[in-house]
Design a protein around this ligand. Structure first.
Ligand code: ZN
Length: 331
């Protein structure tokens, strides 16, 4: 994929190319943007283009030279990828020490050396400190690229030393058009729904389309509606949902609640997170509904969203939220 520039990356690519053409490549580059925008893809493309000996007209790596072959085999000695070690939640200080030892000499080949840190927010406090010292004493011809969707989690002492590139979310039309090119079998309506679910992050939309996430979303929404109408039981629904706990069900839950309140205040369909749910949510918003209870439940969903990466019992979590939801209009 290194030879294809993602359409929403074009302005950023130009900016990166300018660093090279004007010979003012920063020592550290911080690429931010929400998940699904292809931060890693862009960083890898840029790394490959810096290492390539015969880059093409647009600066993209040729894919053929010795360096390109080493990059695609993930064995290039001057491309270092720093990430969490399996089963670990953070990047440790030992990993940074190894990196410093590894890069104390000049790059192995004549070109640049690139260090990708992904995700940079995984650096724990000690690792961040050690890394800061590394940034304070730069080694020659070395570019560090930090990737994160949560730049706020990085110490300001690090971010202030980085050139920043913040990837914006592309427009819905662009995301939709791109998704349909990747998945020609997808019909217009499904593509649009998926792009809404992915909040216009194209790579996330592609992952959703490839993994049948739309159908799972629609199933969850149906069960949620049935609960509101007392047609099913929270424990049964929770049992099904915990099997899909790797899907963003809590975010959907939060979005449905917001959309429900929007419908209640007569907002038009296109103002909803999920316009295709307008009809069902409008009908639901006609029922007697205590908005204060909806807000309380919404807060509870958000609280669980923040805890979702901790080892909590998903079945119990869903049960609690769904019992709240099913009882929303009990007095
Ligand atoms: Zn090449």
């Amino acid at each position: 994929m290194n030879d294809v520039l993602l359409p929403w990356h074009k302005p950023y690519w130009q900016q990166l190319r300018q660093y090279v053409s004007q010979q003012r490549l920063p020592q550290a580059l911080l690429i931010t943007g929400k998940p699904g925008l292809g931060k890693k893809h862009l960083a890898q493309q840029f790394a490959a283009s810096l290492l390539c000996t015969q880059p093409g007209e647009n600066g993209l790596a040729c894919g053929q030279c010795r360096d390109c072959r080493l990059v695609s085999a993930a064995t290039h000695p001057d491309l270092i990828h720093l990430k969490r070690i399996e089963d670990k939640t953070s990047i440790s200080v030992d990993q940074i020490r190894t990196l410093i030892a590894q890069t104390s000499l000049k790059p192995q080949f004549d070109g640049y050396r690139i260090i990708l840190i992904d995700p940079a927010d995984a650096l724990n406090a000690n690792a961040a400190n050690a890394f800061l010292k590394y940034l304070e004493e730069p080694t020659e011809r070395t570019l560090v690229v930090l990737l994160t969707a949560m730049p706020g989690k990085l110490p300001a002492t690090i971010t202030s030393r980085c050139q920043k590139l913040n990837l914006a979310t592309p427009g819905r039309e662009l995301a939709c058009a791109w998704l349909k090119r990747q998945q020609p079998a997808l019909d217009e309506q499904a593509a649009e729904k998926i792009v809404y679910l992915a909040k216009s992050a194209p790579l996330l939309a592609l992952a959703f389309a490839s993994n049948g996430v739309l159908a799972i979303h629609d199933d969850c929404f149906q069960a949620w509606l049935e609960l509101a109408n007392q047609k099913t039981h929270p424990v049964m629904v929770a049992e099904q949902w915990q099997k899909w706990a790797d899907k963003p069900i809590l975010s959907w839950f939060a979005d449905w609640l917001v959309d429900l309140l929007k419908c209640r205040s007569k907002a038009p369909a296109q103002k909803l997170n999920n316009p295709h749910l307008y009809k069902s949510l409008s009908a639901l918003s006609e029922c007697p509904l205590n908005p204060r209870k909806v807000y309380i439940l919404y807060d509870l969903v958000l609280e669980n969203l923040r805890r979702q990466h901790t080892p909590i019992n998903k079945q119990l979590m869903f049960e609690e939220l769904l019992i709240h939801w099913a009882r929303l209009n009990d007095n």
